[in-house]
Design a protein around this ligand. Structure first.
Ligand SMILES: Nc1nc2c(ncn2[C@@H]2O[C@H](COP(=O)(O)OP(=O)(O)OP(=O)(O)O)[C@@H](O)[C@H]2O)c(=O)[nH]1
Length: 364
């Protein structure tokens, strides 16, 4: 048993060390709260229903994830006590940007709040700049009324715990989440954004873009996870976010459907010569993914691939101007925006990684 514990401790130490150069998110909470499910759904595109069969996690696990910044998401199993002397909790909490604590709202949550209080006290003591984020999770099973009551109750009790610990000035953010809708992506978007040092530049750039392109709302999406790493300063409403996230999915599905086969020799079309196909492929690969469509209400939805697996998704209200002119203006301004993104990224001095999608496709 002793050997087992020290193995885990070493794992945590090594993983924390490995992750020092990254923004680290620590995912904690009691057993069966939903931590692994959240990781699998948000970062691995697992279908929410498939999480029913996930086994309980017994060792700390770290996921590395690259979006505009490099992220390390470490999940700490609920059944381990991190305040035993054998754990190097101090080093662990010092290297963390955000502590995300998951509370199962469908279960009795008093013990979770007590556990959260102990962790917050310790985390804040060793790392006063840590962001404390609480997910009131699994709210899909609750009625609208019960949801609001649970939120109010959890917030109030956490506030009381903070007061008792003499931490009343510490800011804690609460999110109502479920893996069965977009709320978990919304919450993670906000959590990740707080870890991006260039966030205010990014927001200003999007404000500039929206102002000059008849854009109502714009998101800079991470294509893989559908987290948005930035948006303009207009308020986000969840339906707009859902619409844009679904457009990202649709675009990627269409891209997968129409992309040129990887094996050039596997084509059955004898009229296309190998060299033509190669030419076509390299032309396509050097450009970007793009998809524009018009909704029933006349609003134009505009998707364009940016850098580092990111895509800009914008809703353009034409207000009587024809679609083509709106798109021409948007294209021009988005070119400038993309250039700005590249410059910000170059200045952040982190070596860029190859983007995972690099094919242009106009689907209208
Ligand atoms: N209804 C509902 N169930 C959820 C949600 N998220 C996770 N679950 C379920 O909760 C159960 C436990 O989820 P896990 O992800 O294994 O929980 P965990 O916190 O990682 O648990 P440990 O590994 O034991 O620490 C699974 O059956 C999930 O399907 C949610 O948003 N809503």
């Amino acid at each position: 048993m002793e050997g087992h514990v020290s193995h885990i401790v070493n794992n945590v130490k090594t993983n924390a060390l490995e992750s020092d150069s990254k923004a680290m998110i620590l995912l904690m909470g009691l057993r069966r709260g939903g931590k692994s499910s959240i990781c699998k759904v948000v970062f691995h595109n697992m279908q929410p229903l498939d999480t029913l069969y996930l086994e309980s996690t017994s060792n700390p696990t770290v996921e590395h994830y690259s979006t505009l910044i490099d992220l390390a998401v470490m999940e700490l199993p609920g059944q381990l006590n991190y305040f035993e002397p054998s754990y190097d909790s101090e080093h662990l909490f010092k290297s963390v940007g955000a502590l995300v604590y998951v509370i199962d709202a469908q279960d009795e949550y008093m013990s979770a709040i007590a556990n959260l209080a102990v962790i917050m006290e310790y985390a804040y003591k060793v790392n006063p700049s840590i962001n404390i984020e609480v997910l009131i999770h699994k709210v899909d099973g609750l009625s609208e009324e019960f949801k609001i009551d649970a939120q109010r109750d959890i917030m109030q009790r956490t506030g009381e715990e903070l007061l008792e610990l003499g931490m009343d000035g510490v800011q804690v953010s609460f999110y109502l989440t479920s893996i069965f809708d977009h709320s978990i992506y919304e919450a993670f978007s906000r959590i990740v954004q707080k870890l991006i040092p260039e966030l205010s530049f990014l927001e200003n750039m999007l404000d500039n873009l929206t102002e000059h392109s008849k854009i109502e709302k714009a998101f800079l999406f991470d294509i893989n996870s559908k987290i948005y790493v930035s948006t303009d300063s207009n308020p986000v409403d969840i339906q707009t976010y859902e619409l844009c996230a679904e457009f990202v999915d649709l675009t990627i599905d269409l891209y997968d459907l129409y992309k040129i086969p990887k094996n050039l020799n596997a084509t059955s079309d004898m009229s296309i010569t190998d060299s033509k196909l190669k030419e076509q492929r390299s032309a396509v690969e050097s450009s970007e993914l793009k998809n524009i469509s018009q909704l029933e209400n006349g609003v134009i939805i505009y998707f364009r691939e940016m850098i580092r697996g990111l895509a800009l998704v914008a809703l353009i209200r034409s207000n009587g101007t024809d679609m083509e002119s709106c798109i021409t203006v948007a294209d021009y301004n988005v070119d400038i925006y993309k250039q700005g993104l590249k410059e910000i990224w170059a200045k952040s001095k982190v070596p860029p990684i190859a983007s995972h999608i690099s094919v242009k496709q106009n689907i209208e």
